[in-house]
Write a protein that binds this ligand. Structure first.
Ligand code: NDP
Length: 613
């Protein structure tokens, strides 16, 4: 399908015509726009329910076998780390390397792992290569089994890190921080938990997860369903049987419905299809599904890697995805292929010889070709033409998380699986017996929601389930009422010694763990520097914060791309004002430039934008 690049006399890349392409980009744009328009809804992100009150059980931990009984703790510590996912663990590792050993990790779950603790649904797998996704491989000496790891291996690796860095004695599990209150006189945070603990912490770092709070669609009747119901991030194996590896042997006589065909749905639907008496997949927007190309790790190759290889591989991956030229594509997979195709279309000439409009058009062409290839893939796998048509995605590839799975599409060839396409509007309602779409009731024994997680830039404390009172008792929620306000995404004015990790106005690149690692290195570096200067508090200046907020909220390529996307949590369900979607309001240059900027800032050593006391 890809035609070779041509150049005109000046060496400028030739923009292929509709005839050369075999499709008309303008026509394609109209089709994508129309698909977006029919999905837009006035209630935007408000279409989802807050899982509070009578829905609270959908957030409960189904994996706890016994409650940890312990007396409340009162302790003075240097750093309180909120969250025992990869962010919190990486921070603990980097703090130790920086010589800071007085810290505690506080976590609601029963063990390390974060997202991999919660998301144990069958088929859970990381779509980013294991060699760059699994943190601290150099340090722990672990060799991932395959190029793409499944959930249990990643969860085990979190525990390996916990043991390697001796983090278990410093972790309080099944403990929820309820309040952080700044004590001006002591220059410390008073951290209170639901176990009656009081930690007087010099610094607090919040790494509570960007996608940690399950959300349910606000469907009429959802509370009245009489069958069994759960969210994928709280999988009920007692009901389904089996494990993360599948074999859901209790579903053989059950009519199962699943709502949601995003990255999670794509991974668990094949297992449900194999096991259920009958499976109904309720689809609002089809996902692009590419092949997985997984393979076992070659031990000889792995042994040949020299110390520092993981950071180098991560830098190579992130650079390629940011359009920064690299000599070799070390990861070489579905993610990097897509970025390489734009570079190939540009040929050696690069972007400089093209106008912004021409460059944007070439970017669109690459995306449409990619879409055509994946739509043709559906036709080559799914036998029923109407089902195949409904499974085709019509949006640009970065509007939603790209997915990779070899078993998803063949699942729709099974006689016990029905795709119920809702024509972009979603499920109508839930009854006592099942789900209604277009006036047809589908009777179900079990209804599973693969409907994702709460994402909002202004309800950060709600998502983390705690209240934060900074200087003069000011609530963080009030300070951020009009959106996040940080400096470098890490510190806020009026909230000294309180650091955030994640996509909080930082820089984005698709490998979450690499982002977290670089943030951990940075925070550990800042804390060590503050201590070395004999100071006890560090805070963003008002000006630095205001400048940073203006910078991350300035229009850029990413916000423009997302503004034209099909609705989803990346763009606040299509209603975004430019900075409130998950991928918006981040450093305009992207992850690679962001972390380079931070490294240069550290190297300068003047801690510009921070005030120390
Ligand atoms: P998403 O938010 O990506 O998907 C939610 C799904 O529910 C969408 O298909 C959505 O449709 C659908 N939905 C919501 N409301 C309705 C409704 N009323 N009727 C019908 N369908 C509805 O959640 P996921 O859990 O799939 O993924 C969340 C994130 O988790 C991913 O983006 C990714 O970052 C991460 N993840 C990563 C994985 C990895 O491999 N690393 C694997 C799995 C998840 P619509 O698209 O129309 O909104």
């Amino acid at each position: 399908m890809n035609k070779p690049v041509k150049f005109d006399a000046s060496g400028k890349p030739h923009i292929p015509t509709a005839e050369e392409l075999g499709f008309d980009p303008a026509e394609m744009r109209r089709k994508y726009d129309a698909e977006r328009t029919r999905r837009l809804r006035p209630d935007g992100a408000r279409q989802y329910l807050d899982i509070e009150g009578d829905l609270k059980q959908y957030n409960d931990d189904p994996y706890i076998t016994a409650r940890i009984e312990r007396a409340p703790v009162t302790e003075d510590i240097e750093v309180a780390i909120l969250g025992a996912g990869f962010g919190g663990m990486l921070l603990a590792a980097r703090l130790q390397e920086a010589g800071i050993r007085s810290f505690r990790i506080i976590e609601r779950a029963g063990d390390f792992g974060g997202t991999w603790y919660w998301n144990r649904y069958p088929g859970a797998q990381c779509d980013v290569e294991s060699y760059i996704y699994l943190p601290l491989l150099d340090e722990t000496g672990y060799m991932p089994k395959e190029k793409y790891s499944f959930g249990p291996e990643i969860y085990e690796h979190a525990q390996r890190i916990g043991r390697h860095y001796d983090l278990y004695p410093r972790a309080h599990f099944q403990t929820q921080v309820r309040e952080l209150r700044w004590d001006e006189a002591g220059s410390r945070w008073v951290v209170r938990t639901d176990r009656g603990d009081v930690f007087n912490a010099r610094h607090v770092v919040i790494s509570s997860g960007s996608l940690n709070r399950p959300k349910l669609p606000g469907l009429p009747g959802i509370r009245g369903f009489k069958g069994h119901m759960f969210h994928t991030s709280r999988w009920d194996y007692a009901y389904t049987g089996g494990s993360s590896e599948g074999n859901l042997d209790k579903l053989g006589d059950k009519r199962v419905g699943i709502v949601g065909t995003g990255a999670t749905g794509i991974q668990c639907i094949p297992h449900l299809g194999k096991a259920a008496g009958h499976l109904y997949v309720f689809q609002r927007t089809a996902s692009f599904v590419d092949e997985r190309r997984n393979s076992p790790t070659d031990p000889a190759w792995y042994r040949s890697l020299k110390r520092g290889w993981q950071a180098e591989r991560n830098q190579n991956f992130a650079s390629l995805l940011a359009g920064i030229p690299v000599e070799t594509d070390l990861v070489s997979d579905g993610w990097t292929d897509l970025f390489k195709s734009l570079n190939e279309l540009l040929g050696g000439a690069g972007a400089a010889s093209l106008s912004p409009e021409e460059l944007a058009l070439l970017g669109e062409i690459v995306d449409y070709r990619h879409g055509n290839r994946l739509r043709a893939r559906v036709d080559s796998i799914v036998k029923d033409p109407a089902t195949a048509e409904a499974l085709k995605a019509w949006y640009r590839p970065w509007c939603k998380r790209p997915t990779f799975n070899d078993e998803y599409l063949p699942t729709f060839n099974r006689p016990n699986v029905t795709l119920v396409d809702t024509g972009g509007k979603g499920v109508d309602r839930v009854t006592e017996k099942g789900v209604v779409v277009d006036g047809v009731e589908y009777a179900l024994d079990c209804l599973i929601f693969a409907t994702g997680f709460e994402v909002s830039r202004v309800t950060y404390t709600h998502q983390a389930d705690l209240e934060i009172f900074g200087r003069n008792g000011q609530k963080l929620g009030d300070h951020w009422a009009q959106g996040m306000r940080t400096y470098h995404g890490l510190l806020s004015h009026g909230f000294p010694n309180l650091f955030h990790m994640g996509f909080t106005q930082t820089g984005f690149s698709p490998n979450f763990s690499d982002n977290l690692n670089r943030q951990a290195e940075h925070i550990a570096g800042v804390l060590a520097e503050v201590a070395a200067r004999g100071r006890t508090s560090v805070e963003a200046t008002q000006q630095a914060e205001a400048d940073w907020v203006a910078l991350v909220n300035s229009p850029n390529q990413m916000t423009e791309y997302l503004a034209n996307c099909t609705p989803g949590y990346y763009n606040a369900e299509g209603t975004s004002k430019g900075n409130d979607g998950f991928l918006q309001g981040q450093y305009p240059g992207g992850g690679v430039q962001f972390y380079e900027m931070l490294a240069q800032w550290r190297a300068k050593g003047d801690l510009a934008g921070l005030s120390l006391r």
